[in-house]
Write a protein that binds this ligand. Structure first.
Ligand code: GLN
Length: 307
């Protein structure tokens, strides 16, 4: 087993780098298509706040669906369990992240909060209970990362809104089933803004340390979530964080993880560390190809798995 340090992370990136060229950068959001495919970064934050990093770990990128963990976190602090889980399920979907198929068969109740349909319902719920959901999200993320300049990329948010046919269809379908309370374009805007947040691997690893630390962030008096809520989010990440690639990811990496089409993935070793990787090229399920390989190598080298 290897000790966790920057040299180990550099070594892991060296081994994962040859995979670049074998995946595809997301281009269905035009603003994302321009991101250089050869970027590769990793950062690990341990419970005492130490950060290890290698590669492009300080360059910001579009966090996309990683934001679904943050919107769920916010919703869990604003809604009673019974209210929240009545509108969204806790089961893996086995379907692509933007699928409409299951949603119609299951009367507009999304399988889980990490597919687009589920995250849109969560955003709808936030719209109902928060006076300024976009501002509130920035406050939360800025305080979790201690980086006051973290922001939305309005160009990316705009680009997604201009190409939102599928997400709009998902939202309207849910509205037709009575599972969507607010104005659809308004909620879509909030959802796209959340997805457009730009953060680096180092910032992501710091941001999600609460998932490794029983709901507590470093340097914050109040807990983000209770230990039980934290376990629940980690469980959902295992079953649904990587969409129809969740089984493969659990098999290979063995940690709760959440990906975004910007090529980022966050992963958690509960009680020990949070990890963020970034490589823009994706596999067929929309998960970072080299990023997953880097996590697999890390898990093996430091001998960690939750299983
Ligand atoms: N903003 C993207 C979308 O709604 C997020 C998808 C993802 O990262 N998997 O399509």
């Amino acid at each position: 087993m290897s000790a966790l340090d920057n040299t180990l992370l550099e070594d892991i990136l060296r081994q994962a780098r040859p995979l670049i060229g074998q995946g595809k950068v997301a281009n269905y959001i035009p603003a994302l298509a321009d991101v250089p495919a050869e970027r590769l970064g990793i950062a690990v934050c341990t419970l005492d706040g130490t950060v290890y990093q290698a590669g492009d770990a300080e360059e910001r990128f579009s966090i996309q669906s990683i934001s679904k963990v943050l919107s769920l976190t916010l919703a869990m602090t604003r809604y009673h369990e019974s209210e929240l889980w009545q509108r969204v399920g806790k089961e893996p979907s086995g379907q692509p992240f933007n699928s409409l198929l299951q949603l119609e068969l299951e009367q507009g109740k999304p399988r889980n909060p990490f597919i687009n349909a589920g995250a849109l319902v969560v955003c709808d719920m936030l719209e109902t209970r928060l006076t300024a959901p976009r501002q509130r999200m920035l406050e939360v993320v800025r305080s979790l990362t201690q980086q006051p300049e973290i922001n939305y990329d309005r160009h990316v948010a705009r680009s997604e809104f201009d190409h939102s046919a599928r997400n709009a269809a998902i939202a309207w379908l849910m509205k037709s089933f009575g599972n969507f309370a607010n104005d659809v374009p308004k909620v879509l805007q909030t959802y796209f803004h959340y997805c457009s947040m730009t953060m680096s691997c180092v910032e992501l690893a710091r941001c999600f340390l609460y998932l490794a630390n029983h709901g507590r962030s470093l340097g914050q008096e109040a807990a983000v979530l209770t230990p039980k809520q934290t376990r629940q989010i980690n469980a959902l990440m295992v079953t649904s964080g990587m969409y129809d690639g969740a089984g493969e990811f659990a098999w290979r990496v063995g940690m709760p993880g959440k990906s975004g089409v910007g090529g980022g993935i966050i992963a958690v070793v509960p009680g020990e560390m949070s990890i963020a990787v970034w490589s823009p090229e994706l596999d067929g399920s929309g998960n970072s190809l080299a990023g997953t390989a880097a996590l697999e190598l890390l898990a093996e080298r430091i001998g960690r798995s939750i299983f």
